[in-house]
Structures are given as structure tokens and as C-alpha cells.
Design a protein around this ligand. Structure first.
Ligand code: PHE
Length: 457
């Protein structure tokens, strides 16, 4: 197999478009649904502080490594790793990293599209007034009914996949860039609108306290691991997404400052989402539910009790859907870029095939909520839980660990200096300690922590 030197499908037209695209990948269900909840439950302000340390010491260095490898390799993650291992005289086994990323992207997309399909369904439900002055019973039953109905879930899962694949099939500049140019500014506007609405709801002080009051009593070693795992998923690290997006980055952009901007945007959205969500929950005297319940039961119920709730509830689910779409397109890119460059295949055909494949794979997740709920093939986990655990808790951390190790210990440091535009030896030493020691150790800790309970029960 020849190593294609031709660039993948295109280039971002500016550094800012890369920032928006990478932020689009990073900002997703992880920010709007997961972060607020785990921050509130794990010590509020104290957790936010720990999370920021994890982002700075583990997330940012790994993102810098991925973008750097991509920009140097200028190809899909698989071929980037092939080229760079050759240049470094390193073992070609590192290419495994690229393959694992492709697989992780496919697995994550298969269930991400199912959950995002629920959000699409909820745009319609909220807009049509299902939750107007609804009782808790109605909100719970609506969500239960959706989960018990594989056909409806398959339909919305299909709609989400169609939108994603339609954007991806159009290519980097006509598809990805155009979608990102529209969706990202809109996403920020919608978030600010919701924030303003929430500030006027009467529960803002309570919401603020829930997220930011320092509650040191619940902080323990586990908090660090939860924060690190979250930093990982939310920043889209460890599976080649940032590598392939990095391969489209213009030559003249400074990687360090660009990555810091992306990380800051992602964190801003996560915090703002929490501040938009919790006041609405508290002002209605509701419980901060766990998992999917917060977004699909508690929030619709809260919106339903508030003035103009149907309008703002709809705005909320449009926001979630936009965020999920810009993440989903980034999940497909490592695979699509590879097939297109390796086999000179037509991008639209590859995109459609991948979409159909992921949709079919996603049926396993759809059925995990109903007809296969009790089918637990391995480790007492159902299909959805298995795919989720394998991709999120095993493949992403392993990918991140190897990326950091490769960049610092296998890649010639002249390449790193040139890519990061670093002159000073002291800065290089600092980079090697953080990127080559602290970040891999941090990831290894998360890795062992999430893996052990799987086998010890
Ligand atoms: N970062 C996305 C989110 O927070 C999920 C994602 C993970 C996207 C890995 C791409 C790659 O929802």
C-alpha cells in the first residue's frame, strides 16, 4: 500500500475556522449534559478547579500533540502515523493508534447518534407543547415511552445520521466549514439567550451556589479521576479527531495559543450550560436527576412550568442538537479521510457507506433500551453499555496515552520545536515534563481506575 502524500480533502480557510471546527467537535453532549451534573455533585467550585488543572496538565498537552502530529503528517491519522513513524525511524506498530481511532469514532458515533436523536425528537415535543404545565408523571412517561419504542428511536437516530452524513459528504470546505460557520455562532447566541432567561428565572443564586460553592468535603482521589475522564471526552481527545482536523490547519497558525483558545471555549460552554440549566431546576423545586433524566425529564418539566417555557425549551434542544451535530461530523473524519486518500474513493460514497454502517450498529444501542435491555453478553453490561465503556473508557484514554508518549519520546524533537515554534530549552524541558511524564501518568491513572472495576466487578 502506498503512502499517499496528497493532503486529505482540503484545508480550513483560516486559523479561526480551525478554532471553530475543533470547538465544534469538543462542545457536545459532554458539555451540556454531563459537565453541569458532575460538577454539581462532585464539589462544585472545588471540582471546577480540579477540572481546570486536569485540562491544563493533561487535556491541553495531548491536544497540542494531536494537532501537531496532524499538521506535520498532513494526512488521515492512519497515514499520518505511517509517515511520522518512518520519519522518526520508530516502529510501524504506532500506526495502530490511527486504526484504533477510526474504530473508536465509529463506535462512539453509533450511540451518540441515538442520544442526539432523542434531542431532535425533543425539539418537536417541546415546540408542540407536550410539556406545557405538565406534571412530573407526564414528563417521565414521555421519556419512558420514547425509550420503549424502538421504531421512533430508529427514525430519529436515522434523521440525525442523515443530517450528519449529508454535511460530511459535501467535503471539508463545502460541508464541514459551512455547517460550522452557521452552527457555532448560533450555538453561542442560543446559549447566551438561555443564560439570560435562566438569570431572570429567580433561581440563579441557587444554581450558582450549586455549581460554584466550594464543597471540599466530597473531594477525594476519585474526584481527580472523574475530572480527568471528563476532560478527555469533552475535548475529543485520543481518537485522531484533533489529528485529522489538525491536518487541515493552515501553516501559519500558532498551535499553542490556538489550542488554548479551543480549550477555553469548551470550558466556557460547559460552565455556561450549567448556569443555564440548574437555576431552572431549582426554581421549580426539582431534584437534580442523574444521567439522561436531567436533560430529558427534569428540564422539559422545568421549562413547562415557566413563562414562555415552550419557546425556550425548544431553543434548548436546538442548541443540544447543533452541538451534537458538530461533534458527530468530527467522529467520522478520521475514517473518511483515510478511505478517501488511500483508495482515491469518492467522499460522498464513503460518507454514505459509513453512515449506513453506523446506523445499523446503532440499532444495538436502540434495542438496549427495550427489547435487548436484559441481554448482557459480557461483564454484565448490555450492548450500549459495552460499546460506551469500550470506546470512552478504554480506547480514548489508551489513544491519548500513546499519542503523548509518541510525541515526546519517539518523534524527533527538532520536529516538535519547529511545529511548536519553541526556541528556548527551558520551554522544551517544561513541555517534555508535562507532555511526556505528567500527562501520560494522569491518563494511565484514569485508565487503570476505569478498567479495574470492570474486571473485579
Ligand atoms: N467532545 C464531544 C462531546 O463532548 C464528544 C466527542 C468525543 C467528539 C470524541 C469527538 C471525539 O460531546
Amino acid at each position: 500500500m502506498s503512502i499517499s502524500t496528497q493532503s486529505t480533502d482540503g484545508r480550513w480557510s483560516s486559523r479561526w475556522l480551525f478554532v471553530l471546527a475543533a470547538a465544534g467537535s469538543a462542545v457536545g453532549l459532554g458539555n451540556i449534559w454531563k459537565f453541569p451534573y458532575i460538577a454539581g455533585e462532585n464539589g462544585g467550585g472545588a471540582f471546577v478547579l480540579i477540572y481546570l488543572v486536569c485540562v491544563a496538565c493533561v487535556g491541553a498537552p495531548i491536544m497540542i500533540s494531536e494537532v501537531m502530529l496532524g499538521r506535520k503528517g498532513r494526512a488521515s491519522p492512519i497515514n499520518t502515523m505511517r509517515k511520522l513513524t518512518q520519519a522518526a525511524g520508530a516502529s510501524s506498530r504506532w500506526t495502530f493508534l490511527g486504526w484504533m481511532g477510526v474504530l473508536a469514532g465509529i463506535l462512539i458515533l453509533s450511540y451518540y447518534a441515538v442520544i442526539a436523536g432523542w434531542a431532535l425528537n425533543y425539539i418537536w415535543l417541546t415546540a408542540s407543547g407536550t410539556f406545557d404545565s405538565a406534571s412530573a408523571q407526564v414528563a417521565t412517561t414521555t421519556f419512558d415511552q420514547l425509550q420503549q419504542d424502538p421504531l421512533t428511536m430508529m427514525g430519529w437516530h436515522g434523521v440525525f445520521m442523515l443530517i450528519t452524513i449529508w454535511i460530511v459528504a459535501r467535503g471539508v470546505s463545502r460541508g464541514l466549514e459551512t455547517a460550522i460557520k452557521w452552527f457555532m455562532p448560533l450555538l453561542f447566541v442560543l446559549l447566551l439567550v438561555l443564560l439570560a432567561y435562566s438569570m431572570n428565572s429567580g433561581g440563579f443564586a441557587q444554581g450558582w451556589a450549586f455549581m460554584f460553592d466550594f464543597n471540599w468535603s466530597v473531594i477525594g482521589p476519585e474526584t481527580w479521576l472523574i475530572a480527568m475522564g471528563q476532560a478527555f471526552f469533552t475535548l475529543s481527545l485520543g481518537m485522531g479527531t484533533m489529528m485529522v482536523y489538525g491536518s487541515y490547519v493552515p501553516e501559519d497558525s500558532h498551535i499553542g495559543s490556538t489550542v488554548l483558545t479551543i480549550v477555553a471555549l469548551d470550558t466556557f460552554v460547559a460552565v455556561a450550560a450549567g448556569l443555564a440549566i440548574f437555576p431552572l431546576v431549582f426554581v421549580n423545586g426539582l431534584e437534580v436527576g442523574q444521567g439522561p433524566g436531567l436533560m430529558f425529564v427534569t428540564l422539559p418539566l422545568a421549562f413547562g412550568q415557566l413563562p414562555m417555557g415552550a419557546v425556550f425549551g425548544t431553543v434548548f434542544f436546538v442548541l443540544v442538537s447543533f452541538a451534537a451535530i458538530t461533534s458527530a461530523i468530527s467522529l467520522t473524519e478520521p475514517a473518511i479521510a483515510y478511505v478517501v486518500e488511500e483508495y482515491n474513493a469518492k467522499r460522498s460514497r464513503v460518507a454514505i457507506s459509513l453512515g449506513v454502517f453506523c446506523w445499523i450498529l446503532g440499532l444495538g444501542t436502540v434495542f438496549s433500551f427495550n427489547i435487548w435491555a436484559d441481554v448482557k453478553p459480557l461483564l454484565g453490561l448490555n450492548f450500549f453499555e459495552l460499546v460506551d465503556q469500550l470506546s470512552q473508557n478504554i480506547m480514548l484514554p489508551l489513544g491519548g496515552l500513546l499519542i503523548a508518549l509518541f510525541t515526546v519520546w519517539a518523534l524527533p524533537q527538532t520536529i516538535v520545536r519547529e511545529q511548536l515554534e519553541v526556541g528556548s530549552d527551558r520551554v522544551m524541558l517544561c513541555w517534555r515534563v508535562v507532555g511526556g511524564v505528567i500527562a501520560p501518568l494522569g491518563v494511565a491513572a484514569v485508565f487503570i481506575y476505569t478498567l479495574l472495576p470492570l474486571f473485579t466487578g
